[in-house]
Design a protein around this ligand. Structure first.
Ligand SMILES: Cc1cc2nc3c(=O)[nH]c(=O)nc-3n(C[C@H](O)[C@H](O)[C@H](O)COP(=O)(O)O)c2cc1C
Length: 485
């Protein structure tokens, strides 16, 4: 068996990650507030020996608007509470909780994560996020998210959390009935942190977590995100669009890590992907196109639902300049035309995009045509590109889609893995349940047969699954480097 093993996480989005997925005839009406719903998904992926079960989280936001984008954000249990229950219904798989430093105090976060790491037997990881909406900030008496300052705050926050985890050394709890000494005071430390954003006296009142430091995940590709990943993260799951982009990204972050950490700690790159699996490629493409028919589009599909002034206004300027897909309200031929740089309105939604129109497409539009060809084999040259297909390509796929047979999906994952573009994948499915069951029943066995994926768990902790050492305690380690915060 090859030594280097691929890692798999499952990104649990209640209705999957295709924005029309929840409307598929086989998709359940998600029971967001019942334990059994998440527990069922957890069982499926723990049976398939996944490294971790991932609970993303964004603090809302505008729920009415989110319903057109991702229903995942419209009703969801608090991740620490849910993870503590999931720890009881599983025994090996890692559990990832998401928390945004802007909305916590380091002391609270350190206590929550340390407690859950104990209760789960060392299976916890923390996904640090800095994204989402300014609206969330307004639930926390904050005027806004804090711009670049939130990265600076996060940097100090993570450092303080890690120091707090170290508060009580292993072996400190003596419980010596004879001497009456309950704890060894020499092993209990006060942090006495006086920083720019935080003042924390310490001590965190519990034994160091079983993993020492709970592993950290992060996603994000900007300059500040790269620095944050390089300094702190064990796993990054950003998910660049191509293997080449991924190799360039990973190399860049690893070079930064060498500078910031003084050594190259392992950082695992697990891009997010959404596989769409069929018995044949044609069947998988059919599923993709069916899901795109379920995307909620504008009422006036050609002209869009906005008045004329909107198209020169600030909101459209923001959306058209962003790499994110089109939200409801601008899912029309009009908005697509604005974005690709060619007026497609005369063609209508089902018109065929001919070479003379395609030639006018800007770089973004040409990128969409390439994406469409990869996903469906529809090209301008073969006369298969309808306006609807281009619109679908500009909305669907918030994580890269891998469309084809189970063998094709497995080949793609192994190809990325072999080329060093990924150490594994954070897998999501377009909807539940069948696509998840299919991935675990059909793709995972191929990965196992090819010797790149475990058939049994060989460890009981999150760190164990990744072969990550327990870091030394910063209060006692003689050569532990004190990272600048
Ligand atoms: C794949 C992926 C998943 C993310 N999941 C979340 C999330 O669950 N909650 C959240 O607040 N932000 C989430 N983010 C946002 C990141 O935490 C981060 O703020 C963002 O990527 C920073 O973007 P930047 O590259 O511009 O720095 C996610 C980002 C990516 C790329």
């Amino acid at each position: 068996m090859p030594e280097r093993q691929l890692h798999l996480g499952y990104m649990h989005w209640l209705n999957g990650t295709h924005w029309g997925g929840w409307r598929h005839r086989d998709a359940p009406t998600a029971q967001a507030f019942e334990l059994e719903y998440a527990a069922r998904a957890l069982r499926i992926v723990e049976d398939a020996k996944f490294d971790f079960f991932f609970l993303g989280d964004t603090l809302p936001g505008d729920i009415a608007r989110e319903q057109w984008i991702t229903t995942h954000n419209t009703g969801r249990l608090e991740p620490f509470t849910l993870a503590s229950q999931l720890a009881l219904t599983s025994s090996k798989i890692g559990l990832v909780v998401t928390a945004h430093p802007t909305f916590y105090e380091p002391y609270i976060l350190a206590r929550l994560t340390a407690s859950l790491d104990h209760l789960s037997g060392g299976r916890l990881a923390w996904n640090v996020v800095l994204g989402a909406s300014d609206l969330a900030a307004r639930n926390f008496s904050l005027p806004d998210l804090g711009g670049a300052t939130r990265y600076e705050r996060a940097d100090e926050f993570i450092h303080v959390v890690q120091r707090l985890w170290d508060s009580i050394e292993d072996g400190a709890y003596l419980q010596d009935k004879k001497t009456g000494s309950y704890v060894d005071e020499t092993k209990v430390h006060r942090l006495a942190w006086q920083g720019r954003h935080f003042q924390v006296a310490g001590t965190l009142p519990l034994a160091r977590p079983p993993q020492g430091h709970v592993p950290l995940l992060y996603a994000g590709a900007s300059e500040l995100s790269r620095e944050l990943t390089a300094k702190w993260a064990d796993i990054n799951f950003t998910g660049p669009a191509t293997a080449e982009d991924s190799i360039a990204f990973n190399t860049d972050v690893r070079q930064r890590a060498e500078r910031l950490r003084g050594r190259v700690d392992p950082i695992f790159f697990l891009p997010g992907i959404t596989p769409l699996i069929g018995d044949t490629r044609a069947e998988a493409v059919e599923l993709y196109e069916e899901l795109n028919t379920l995307l909620p589009l504008d009422d006036d599909i050609v002209e869009g639902d906005q008045d004329e002034s909107y198209w020169s206004g600030p909101e459209w300027a923001r959306i058209s300049g962003s790499r994110f897909s089109l939200p409801k309200g601008v899912r029309s031929v009009r908005s697509l035309s604005e974005r690709v740089g060619a007026d497609l309105r005369p063609l209508g939604i089902d018109g065929i995009v001919k070479p003379d129109s395609a030639e006018q497409f800007n770089a973004y539009g040409r990128g969409l045509l390439r994406t469409l060809a990869e996903r469906t084999d529809r090209t301008v040259d073969n006369g298969g590109v309808r306006v609807r297909d281009v619109l679908g390509a500009s909305i669907a796929g918030n994580f890269p889609l891998v469309i084809g047979t189970a063998a094709h999906v497995a080949d793609t994952l192994i190809d990325w893995f072999d080329r060093g573009a990924a150490e594994g994948f954070n897998v999501s499915t377009p909807f539940l349940w069948e696509p998840l069951e299919r991935f675990t029943a059909e793709v995972v066995p191929i990965l196992q047969e090819r010797g790149v994926y475990r058939t049994e768990y060989t460890a009981d902790t999150f760190r164990g699954h990744f072969g990550l050492d327990i870091p030394p305690n910063s209060f006692t380690a003689t050569n532990a480097k004190e990272p600048s915060a």
